[in-house]
Design a protein around this ligand. Structure first.
Ligand SMILES: [Zn+2]
Length: 260
């Protein structure tokens, strides 16, 4: 026992240099990050093909599994589209407004955002969308708005048809703002609002009548390129809709189904 003690001490000798556990990034994340940067900064043009998998393996000297995983990450992020078959490969795509919608939907579902937060967000952004729409709308935007108005007139008590026409009109206003962020954001909010208000009690005949009337008067202001009237009427519309819905039911969570 006495002889063994010195050896054990030297084996456990503490150095003055202290190291902490290190986080090493996964090689697939590093490769995906590199490719992502070059896609986002425009170095790889939209629609162009990335080199074939085996070519990326040779160029980067990473394993085939790493390369495959990196491409899968980019695919999930909507930055490449993987096509199979003879003319297949990974094709570059720039993120569109669907990617905003997807992220916001995930946020809403993941954080179980309160319904009132969703409505407050609409009240914050939709009047400004209407204002920009009055300034920037094109003739095609007016066609889309009128189509949604016509659809709303033909609902005949069908809840799903009402909600869809309602959502289509609000998204059309945001699209007419010509601001891609607002348009993408509204598209995702509308999806959540559709689901959260999918309830006959929210949408009675009176709500439908008032909605159709408000949409028509806002459309008129957008057509007339009157930003002040557009912002004022949209403000009143989203606010009164929120008040009506909240009065009918105090909900604490939004349920957005998993299928998009
Ligand atoms: Zn509406």
């Amino acid at each position: 026992m006495p002889e063994a003690a010195p050896a054990r001490r030297s084996g456990n000798r503490q150095s003055a240099i202290q190291l902490a556990p290190m986080e090493v990034p996964k090689s697939s994340d590093v490769l995906a990050g590199e490719l992502r940067e070059r896609i986002l900064n425009g170095e790889f043009a939209e629609g162009s093909a990335l080199p074939p998998e085996r070519e990326i393996v040779v160029q980067t000297q990473m394993s085939r599994a790493t390369v495959r995983e990196a491409l899968r990450i980019l695919e999930v992020q909507g930055l490449v589209r993987i096509k199979t078959g003879r003319a297949g490969g990974a094709f570059v795509q720039r993120p569109g407004k669907e990617s905003v919608a997807g992220s916001v939907s995930l946020l809403i579902r993941g954080q179980q955002i309160r319904f009132s937060s969703l409505l407050e967000t609409r009240e914050a952004i939709e009047p400004y969308c209407a204002k920009l729409a009055a300034v920037n709308r094109t003739d095609d935007d007016l066609v889309a708005l009128e189509a949604a108005n016509a659809a709303l007139d033909e609902v005949n008590g069908n809840l799903a048809a009402f909600l869809q026409a309602n959502v289509d009109w609000h998204v059309a206003v945001a699209t007419a703002s010509r601001n891609e962020l607002l348009a993408g954001f509204m598209a995702s909010l509308s999806r959540a609002i559709y689901t959260a208000t999918e309830n006959e009690r929210f949408v009675d005949a009176e709500v439908r009548r008032l909605t159709a009337r408000a949409h028509r008067s806002i459309t008129k202001a957008i057509r007339a390129q009157d930003p002040d009237a557009a912002v004022r009427r949209m403000n009143r519309h989203v606010h009164s809709y929120a008040a009506a819905v909240l009065k009918i039911e105090e909900r604490t969570e939004i349920a957005v189904p998993g299928s998009e």
